[in-house]
Design a protein around this ligand. Sequence first.
Ligand code: SF4
Length: 460
Amino acid sequence: MQITADRSSSPTPPLSASPAFGNGLRANRLKTTKQGGKLVNDYWTDLFAAKEDGRKVVWYNGTYIPPFFHAHDVAWVHGEAWSAYLAAKHGEIPAQQAGEARGYDRELCSYARTHIGQALIDMRNVAEGKLGMAPDDPRALTMAKLPPPDMFINAYPYCSSGQQWDDIIYRLYGKRIPIFNVSIPLLWGGRPDAGYLRGQEWDERSQYVARQLRAMTEFLEEHTGRKYDWDRLREVMGFIKQAATLRLEAMDLCTARPAPASFFDWIVSIAHVNFLPGTQAIVDYFQAVKDEIQQRIANGEGAVPNEKYRLFFDGMMNWNKVGWLADKFAAVDATVVAGRYTHMSFWQEPDLVDLKDPVLGMAQNYLICPNNHGAPIMIGEINKLCDKFGIDGMVMHASRTCRGMTNSQFLIADSAKRNGRQALFFEGDVADESFYKDELLNTRLEAMIESMEARRLQAA
Ligand code: SF4
């Protein structure tokens, strides 16, 4: 397959190199996230060694099921995380082009397109220099590290792209590698007794997902030839429950003004509750995050040097732009305090997990991914967060290829406006930088700030 070079990786220049935007102040990011970055690197280093260590490797997508793999000593590759990893290193282009060359449209979820593209690339051809990349090209070296799959598992709530993604890779591998699907049904919320964590639908679907998770452990047993270690799962979940609780407590502290941490600090801590191993290290990490936040509150120190406005970020993250966006909002004195992705999507109800028998509570946490709710319940939960954190306005990241998270954004923005909040949309993408429109965001952000300021003057 020929990989064309019609798109080049052109990372946005540092904010300091762009025309002046705002007051030039930069985000005051948490120091502990550096410690967290080491944990992420350790995970990848361990994964890259999985085959040499004799471990089987499962490629999976969807919700945060790695505790099941960890407890069974199987290495795991989260497709989204791998695509984000490549994007963060600006190494995603060859994989995306391989996907496009095979006919996967650029409008397809760029996470999926990147991961499928990686699966399509025959690394032997790279080694022979046949794909327009030298064998020692850093992008080729990065892609070559990913251990190939022994199993596929899909457990994707709400999004049909996510649900089909592993099946496509299963086909690309000639249907020779076993696959298991966990169906996580929507919580429509339409019955009279329905509500957040309650109602007949909630009870039935919780049991339905729990049954499938138990069946998934049988699949793991079958393809490893080993008995499932339930004690180990309880141990792993003990660490995760502690870490998730500390994380939520630390998030709650950000009702303080100025907010001591921002959405961008929480974004770089997603991996720790999404796919890193459940060990004492993630407990220590979130304890350190909480300690730093408490210290900042004591010092009156904010995540944005001169906080005047508080915003909510809606949509999937634009992984090429984390630092860039953090600085952009800081430059207009706006703290992005919370977000749907960070504050509603990972182990949001740790108390549901009974460590004596954790499966049902795990299933319930997977079910309450915000996008898995019908819109009225999801938007109700967003509005509660906005009230709690004193949000003035919403920033809607209209991620071009992530339909799963954008399809409800007009409803969310309407609700925000009805509740007296501003809302802006900006274009970007999860892992395809070419969709990001910086000037559009600048213009709309300045307009929103002016409007918020005018409203405050009127109210004064
Ligand atoms: S479209 Fe969005 S929600 Fe769906 S698989 Fe891609 S990133 Fe996930």
